[in-house]
Structure formats: C-alpha cells, structure tokens
Write a protein that binds this ligand. Structure first.
Ligand SMILES: Nc1ncnc2c1ncn2[C@@H]1O[C@H](COP(=O)(O)OP(=O)(O)OP(=O)(O)O)[C@@H](O)[C@H]1O
Length: 260
C-alpha cells in the first residue's frame, strides 16, 4: 500500500497530562491508519483516552510524542495560518452538544465555515442545498437553534461539519444527547453520506447501536488499542455486527451493559 492511500496515520502517539504526582498518561503509544472513505468507530470505557485521541487529531491538543499525518502531512508541525487552515478546511467537527450559534439561523450556522474562508456564495448555496436534502433539514434552514428539535440541531451540526468537504469528519459522541429514534436517523444519514460521497468519518461513541453503522471499530483500553472489529464484506448485517460489538464490550467492561 502506498503512503498516500492512507488518509490518516496515527503513529505511536503518547499523551501525558500534568507532571509529578498529578501526571496522567492518557495515550500510551497508540497507532493506526484510516483509509479514505472509512467509517471508523472508537470505543472504550470512560477515561480510556478516546477524547484525548480525537483532540490530538483535531490539533486541539499536542501529543507528548509520536506523529499524526493527514493526507501525508505532519499536522503536529503546523503553526499559525497553516494550523488555522487545517482546522477550518481539512477537518469537520461534530460534537455531542451540537455547538450551534444561537443568534445565527440554521442556514447561517451551516455555511459559517465557508463564510470564514471567503468561499464564493454560489458554491456555498449549492453545497448547502445538497446537504440540507441529505440531512432532511430543508424545511428548517431559516429557523434559529432554539426553534429546532434536538435531532434537527444535530443534523444541522452534521451538515456544518461536512460543508467544507473536509478530508475527515471527527465526531465525539454525536448521538450522546439524542433519543433512540433521532440517534438512528442521524446515523443513517451519516452512513449514507459515507457510502455515497465517500466521506471519511472517525467517531467516538459509547453506543453499540451507533457503532454498528461503522465499517471498523477500534476498542481502546488504558490508552492503547485493545481490540479491533471489522464489518465483514460483503454483506455482514448491521445486526450481526452489533452483536459482535456487544460481545467485545462485555469483555472490556466485564458486564452485559451496552454502555461502557
Ligand atoms: N485536561 C486534563 N488534565 C488532566 N488529565 C486529563 C485531562 N483530560 C483528560 N484527562 C485524563 O486522561 C485520561 C483520558 O481521558 P479522556 O477524556 O481522553 O477519556 P475518554 O475515553 O474520552 O473518557 P469519557 O468516555 O469519559 O469521555 C483520563 O484518565 C482523564 O482523567
């Protein structure tokens, strides 16, 4: 495989918080690659290092050692305007709590990343219409966040994450604040965009249902990869994958709960 075939390369990343007695080693040499068009899930017990890993990839945190490469570029070396460009155009973010701006309409929230980078308004409109259709939010584009349901807010946030056509979407517990029905709708939409547009998605989740939409799952324990599951191709059903996820979660958590 050529290096360029790998969209994201996480190479022996260590992350330590604090010093001396308050030192916490959150990541202990984590390494994996993500291919273009993969839908990768990251699972693991609370405190295992999932958010730390996501924040290192997002450049919100700097690894203590190791390297992270996106599209072959070492993102840890980025500074100033290069870093701002990376955050604004190469990465789409989707958080548990939506993080929409209250005083902007859904439409304005979605195009915000493009507006900041001075994209042509015609291009903005075409991208916006396409995503609004894909996420079934065409009817609510002129509403403000306070006028939207939780499910609608998260689909608006998902459209915003994809508007700049990023190399990778980083999602941290995107279904965490949604009820079962809205979580399923969001995952179906993300999965469909992953299949039709080849969007690469990396998603941290505790939810086995959400994880069953992924093509591969890394299970993290104490800052290292403990296990990997891959959906069988062709044709493993989502239900069969879900059952396999629950089995690993039971081994990890030592119980039958589907929440780690
Ligand atoms: N800013 C920080 N300062 C010190 N320690 C931290 C900090 N952030 C996280 N940690 C520690 O690093 C470890 C990994 O935390 P992290 O938030 O990455 O875990 P997580 O798997 O995302 O957990 P959760 O599922 O509960 O969100 C934990 O032991 C945590 O207490």
């Amino acid at each position: 495989m050529k290096i360029s075939d790998k969209q994201l390369q996480v190479q022996e990343v260590h992350k330590t918080y604090g010093k001396g007695q308050s030192e916490t080693v959150a990541l202990k040499g984590i390494a994996f690659d993500v291919l273009p068009g993969e839908f990768l899930g990251i699972m693991g017990a609370s405190g295992s290092g999932k958010t730390t890993l996501l924040n290192c990839i997002a450049t919100m945190l700097k690894p203590t050692s190791g390297q992270i490469l996106l599209d072959g570029q070492n993102i840890s070396s980025f500074r100033g305007s290069q870093l701002a460009k990376y955050r604004g155009s190469k990465i789409g973010y989707l958080f548990q709590e939506f993080e929409l701006l209250d005083n902007l309409s859904a439409r304005e929230n979605i195009v915000l990343p493009l507006s900041i980078h001075g994209e042509n308004p015609k291009k903005q409109e075409a991208q916006l219409q396409k995503l609004a259709k894909q996420f079934d939010i065409e009817e609510v584009l002129n509403k403000f966040p306070s006028q939207l349901s939780g499910g609608q807010k998260q689909r608006v946030a998902a459209a915003r994450a994809l508007i700049s056509n990023p190399s990778i979407v980083l999602a941290d517990e995107p279904t965490g604040a949604l009820d079962t029905k809205n979580a399923k709708i969001l995952m179906e939409k993300l999965s469909s965009i992953n299949h039709t547009d080849g969007a690469t998605i990396l998603m941290v989740t505790h939810d086995a249902n959400a994880a069953s939409f992924c093509s591969r799952i890394l299970f993290i324990q104490d800052g290292v990869i403990f296990h990997e599951l891959r959906k069988k191709v062709p044709g493993e059903t989502q239900n069969s994958f879900y059952e396999r996820i629950l089995t690993v979660m039971a081994q990890l958590g030592g119980g039958s709960s589907n929440v780690l």
